[in-house]
Design a binder for this molecule. Structure first.
Ligand SMILES: Nc1ncnc2c1ncn2[C@@H]1O[C@H](COP(=O)(O)OP(=O)(O)OP(=O)(O)O)[C@@H](O)[C@H]1O
Ligand SMILES: [Mg+2]
Length: 269
């Protein structure tokens, strides 16, 4: 039950031909002991289309990682619904899992494996044939600039180098949807640019859908077709960066973001 673009109502989806992710009143509450709870997602309604690069923005603790974890089946919603590739994430996670890949925010690479082995081992878990994996690994290692280090154990790598391995590891699957939780955090300027270029290419040429979180608003402006801004678990804005700037009469995305999150500024919808 993948819906056509005509049914899309949230935030002016335009590059997409079909919806691959949608949530309906999605809510996640963490119980924190007696009578204490955190509403990490609060009635979130969003739709994301195939081939979109969708940026999730929000201050620390806004709910970005929680949303990703619900969409890949690592957390169960408290109420509401989430659909990925037309399937309910609670009921059909076995259908969804092989078709998506995740770079977790706090991921560890396999420290004892080499960079190349990390990619090939992970891809093997998805049942991708070895010769195909070797080909993809060559290309990804080249793109993230790790070709020369590919046969070294990851445990000796710097933080940014490990992050590059993890980005490549998620992408080797060539999934229909890839969730990247802060992919460029810790990666140097040149490396981050290479990663962004790769993500753009995967979206435009392969129609892969990319959901990423970042705190870098320049990255968002450059890379994302649309963004969703979360604050205290609520999705307070969704749209193209340029549309949001117009809608909130802001000079740039930073002004939109700051205004929505802190209440500073004068704009009203
Ligand atoms: N497993 C958990 N148990 C209890 N509370 C949690 C859990 N995971 C997240 N939370 C809480 O849910 C809220 C949202 O957290 P989340 O990690 O989704 O934020 P985030 O937007 O990804 O933040 P950051 O930018 O720091 O990564 C926070 O208040 C957090 O403390
Ligand atoms: Mg997070």
């Amino acid at each position: 039950m993948i819906r056509s673009r005509n049914s899309i109502t949230h935030g002016g989806l335009s590059v997409a031909e079909e919806t691959v992710i949608s949530t309906e009143h999605l809510t996640k509450i963490f119980e924190k002991g007696r009578r204490r709870e955190v509403v990490a997602l609060d009635d979130v309604n969003v739709e994301i289309g195939r081939g979109e690069v969708f940026g999730l923005l929000g201050p620390n603790g806004a709910g970005k990682t929680t949303l990703i974890r619900v969409l890949v089946g690592l957390l169960t919603p408290t109420s509401g619904k989430a659909y990925v590739l037309g399937k309910d994430v609670v009921e059909n996670i076995d259908y969804i899992r092989p078709r998506v890949a995740l770079l977790p925010q706090e991921a560890g690479a396999y420290e004892r494996l080499t960079a190349r082995e990390n990619l090939v081992y992970y891809g093997g878990l998805y049942g991708i044939p070895n010769d195909e994996l070797q080909r993809r690994a060559d290309s990804l290692l080249e793109i993230v600039g790790l070709t020369e280090k590919q046969d070294y154990q990851v445990k000796g790598f710097s933080g940014g180098m490990k992050r590059k391995v993890l980005v490549a590891r998620a992408l080797i699957v060539e999934p229909e949807i890839v969730f990247l939780d802060e992919p460029t955090t810790g990666i140097d300027t040149i490396g981050a640019r290479l990663v962004r270029n790769l993500l753009k290419k995967l979206s435009s040429e392969r129609k892969q859908t990319i959901i990423l979180t970042t705190h870098d608003l320049n990255e968002v402006s450059e890379l994302c077709h649309r963004v969703g801004i979360l604050n205290n678990g609520r999705l307070v804005a969704v749209g193209k960066p340029s549309e949001l700037e117009m809608k909130f009469k802001a000079a740039n995305l930073e002004e939109v973001f700051t205004g929505l999150v802190t209440g500073e500024g004068v704009y009203k919808e």
